[in-house]
Unconditional design. Structure first.
Length: 165
């Protein structure tokens, strides 16, 4: 890629995020940029205007995990050298970071680490298949009607709009 191409790409990126921010705010929302926990993502902050609110997951991951290494939190795909998807531990750590941010930003109920781990267990126990690493959950009794409600809500959210009515 030539340097002019990079500069053009940066200009297009900046115009897009300004457009998205304007559209979100016109619809009564607040626009945030989430920086993924990767060094190359953190570098994006150097081209952002001060008017953008940034949620920096890289900093948060480093706060929670001593000697954070991103490769430990990603799927080790055999077919792709650079699979960018988080493994389940990465998903859960991102959830903790985002929940802590939303507690402060929009006033979600403040949950202790134990209560958050119990909430994870409640959610995951509602679906058959697998259970996350023990460090992120705390087993608690979950009534079947609670599990059914979680499944129903999740499946409703996953339906295409044409089926939702």
């Amino acid at each position: 890629m030539k340097s002019g191409d990079v500069e053009d790409s940066v200009v297009i990126f900046q115009q897009l995020i300004h457009l998205w921010k304007r559209l979100v705010e016109e619809n009564g929302g607040k626009f945030y940029i989430v920086i993924l926990p990767r060094l190359d993502e953190v570098r994006v902050t150097t081209i952002l205007d001060d008017e953008f609110d940034v949620i920096n997951l890289y900093d948060c991951f480093n706060e929670y995990v001593k000697d954070y290494q991103q490769r430990e939190w990603r799927y080790q795909a055999q077919r792709f050298k650079r699979d960018g998807h988080w493994n389940e531990a990465g998903n859960q750590l991102a959830t903790v970071c985002l929940y802590r941010f939303l507690e402060q930003e929009v006033g979600l109920p403040v949950l202790s680490d134990t209560a958050l781990r119990e909430a994870f267990f409640t959610y995951y126990s509602s679906f058959e298949g697998w259970m996350p690493d023990e460090r992120w959950i705390k087993q608690v009794p979950v009534p079947p009607h609670v599990q059914e409600g979680i499944r129903d809500k999740y499946l409703t959210l996953e339906k295409p709009e044409s089926e939702a009515d």
